[in-house]
Design a protein around this ligand. Structure first.
Ligand code: MIG
Length: 649
């Protein structure tokens, strides 16, 4: 059962869409007033697992950590960084079948068995709507929560293909090369992302015509070969008198204001920018319809960046920032503190217009980015009559209805494969089904081994994109010699596409999770409680990938009898395995995963582009009898459970 308790006058974040019964008391938690904040406290038993918090660092079991909901542009994804790009204030008390969502757009601190041992302490604004769900199991509680948050975003099928990206691709030649190198090596590919260098002076809704003399023609040329372009769109609009988008935004009052009542100016990539007031429906619509610039050229996929919003400097910053930047670079911890301070300072100078009232950005900071995703998505749904790809960096619960998320600037290191897995499960609990990390790592230099192992994990995540930063080693799948192994792992993705697509669509339509922790299906099994390197993907598969450098084998725990599936790049071979521990050998060019008992897995033919995926003669693996296949044309908006057909063995 889901209920809500209101404290003060909570800001309407629109995270929850369905009506929820209001009650007077909280279950398990007590609220104490602390100056102008509330502190919610809940005692924990010693072995209790606490899930949730979506995109946060560290383990999936949040115990022992301190997390701060305050959306931050940060490339430090180490365990002790309390804030990443998003705020997802959901906690799941696994054993009690209980989840609780603190719905406030303001900063919130979660201390889970941290400051006071054996306690959850949540400190946040005194104006907060608290949603609580009590159910028989944690899995049921989360599904009930997702049902009131609203249906998850439905991407087109091509968005489940493999995407290649790099901050550094500049012009037609670069994109053509990426396409050709994949295709010549027989490595599947569906889209290539365009980072900020495609724009004219980093202005959204423009293109540098020296680099792309005819973008429409170029997009068509690529699409003809099955490849789509996915440009980046940043939050800020360049202050640029005479330029159409800027002038329109000013004229229509679509930008955030400053302390004095003028327009707020913040330095980002284009120099001084105005931030669209994404909290204002009028500004959202105005911004969303700007995407016509791209849709007119046949482009239907986008990523939204810098929407925390990221701020390099402001007009309130006195003196040169250079020394601070150098120090920040040398001392990352200091940098974090400096950034936090800078953000707190700067965000206090930004104002929104909400229902005719001036609201300080600092107090609603965490819902800015999610509303950019919403603006983008709502605009595109007006401009197009079919589905489109949108994913963003910063988000809040509820934004998962409008688009997906990627997890930002991670690093080419082994620990971040595991972080990727943890994020996928935690994000799914918060309603972000379409998600993925920068495969291979954004910062740092990737290696062949790291990329292959990472691909073997992201082969199962809805968003599967290889992305890296300027100045790092090139990490396209064809860069490491001997493309055979890469072909094998990526081919696996395409052979699984009917399943991945079908499971995703069913999960979205049923308020279910696409990726979940083992404890959600095996709540009685003590051994899976803290298992974070094995996950359930859809209803048939369990993955247990290799995430350690140099390892060629690992121990896998099966909570029930399962079928082990090995893909060697050509064939699937199946071995029944009994419940318990197994040592599994996985060479770099192989992928091994498991089919749950009584389930089936449909696999398709080896193809190199999503448009060639068919379900006409699927092979059915596993020991089940039937499989519910969701299938449509991959583009229609008419996505209902009527599109499910039953496959029988
Ligand atoms: O300040 O657009 O997370 O994916 O490549 C960095 C350049 C801006 C941050 C994104 C990253 C992207 C990069 N952006």
């Amino acid at each position: 059962m889901i209920t809500k308790v209101l404290f003060g006058t909570p800001f309407m974040t629109e995270a929850v869409m369905q009506p929820v019964k209001q009650v007077e008391t909280l279950r398990y938690f007590t609220a104490e007033k602390k100056e102008d904040q509330l502190c919610f406290v809940c005692p924990l038993e010693p072995d209790e697992v606490v899930y949730g918090l979506g995109e946060t660092t560290g383990a999936m079991n949040k115990r022992g950590g301190r997390y701060i909901s305050f959306n931050t542009d940060t490339a430090d994804h180490s365990d002790d960084n309390p804030s990443l790009y998003a705020s997802h204030n959901l906690l799941v008390l696994e054993k009690r079948g209980f989840c609780i969502f603190f719905d406030t757009p303001a900063r919130a601190v979660f201390e889970i068995d941290y400051r006071k041992s054996g306690q959850i302490r949540v400190t946040c604004s005194e104006h907060v709507a608290v949603y609580q769900v009590e159910a028989a199991t944690a899995y049921e509680a989360v599904r009930e929560f997702l049902a009131v948050v609203g249906p998850a975003y439905l991407p087109p099928r091509w968005a489940f293909g493999y995407g290649q990206s790099r901050y550094g691709y500049e012009c037609e030649k670069d994109f053509r090369q990426v396409m050709e190198c994949h295709q010549n090596a027989g490595i599947p590919l569906d889209y290539i992302c365009m980072d900020i260098d495609y724009m004219d002076g980093y202005r959204d809704f423009t293109v540098d015509t020296e680099k792309f003399p005819n973008l429409k023609k170029f997009a068509a040329e690529l699409l003809d070969r099955g490849i789509r372009l996915v440009p980046i769109v940043d939050a800020g609009i360049k202050v640029d008198p005479g330029e159409r988008v800027y002038e329109e935004g000013v004229k229509n009052g679509c930008f955030c204001t400053n302390v004095e009542g003028g327009l707020f100016r913040g330095g980002v990539w284009p120099g001084m920018t105005h931030f669209p007031d994404f909290l204002d429906p009028k500004a959202r619509r105005w911004f969303g319809l700007q995407y016509r610039f791209y849709t007119d050229q046949g482009i239907e996929g986008f990523w939204n960046d810098m929407n925390e919003p990221a701020l390099f400097y402001t007009e309130y910053t006195k003196g040169p920032k250079r020394m601070e930047q150098i120090l920040n670079f040398i001392f990352p911890r200091l940098r974090r503190n400096a950034r936090d301070r800078a953000a707190i300072r700067d965000y206090r100078y930004i104002f929104h217009q909400v229902d005719g009232k001036r609201i300080c950005h600092y107090d609603v900071h965490n819902i800015y980015g999610g509303n950019m995703i919403r603006a983008t998505s709502e605009g595109l749904s007006e401009l197009l009559d079919h589905r489109y790809l949108v994913f963003g960096r910063s988000s809040y619960i509820g934004a998962g209805r409008y688009g997906g998320v990627w997890t930002g600037d991670n690093t080419s290191c082994w620990e971040h494969i595991l972080l990727n897995m943890r994020h996928m499960a935690s994000l799914n609990m918060c309603g972000f089904l379409y998600c993925g990390a920068d495969t291979g790592g954004f910062m740092g230099n990737c290696t062949r081994e790291l990329l292959l192992r990472w691909l073997a994990v992201s082969a199962f995540t809805p968003l599967m994109r290889n992305h890296s930063s300027k100045g790092t080693r090139a990490q396209e799948a064809y860069r490491f010699g001997d493309p055979e192994a890469f072909r094998s792992i990526l081919m696996l993705r395409y052979r699984l596409l009917p399943y991945i697509y079908s499971e995703y669509m069913k999960a979205a339509l049923r308020s279910d999770l696409y990726i979940k922790p083992l404890a959600f299906e095996y709540p009685e099994d003590q051994r899976v409680k803290n298992m974070e390197d094995q996950l359930l993907v859809g209803q048939s598969i369990m993955i247990a990938p290799i995430v350690t450098k140099g390892a060629t084998q690992r121990t896998v725990y099966l909570p029930e009898d399962m079928t082990m599936v090995r893909y060697d790049g050509q064939n699937f071979s199946c071995t029944p395995c009994s419940k318990g521990e197994h040592t599994v050998e996985v060479p770099l060019s192989h992928a091994v995963f498991f089919i749950r008992s009584g389930k089936l897995l449909p696999v398709g033919k080896a193809v190199t582009n999503s448009r060639d995926v068919t379900v006409d003669d699927l092979q059915l693996l596993g020991d089940g009898d039937t499989y519910e296949l969701y299938w449509d044309d991959g583009m229609t908006r008419d996505c209902t459970l009527n599109n499910i057909r039953l496959l029988k063995k």
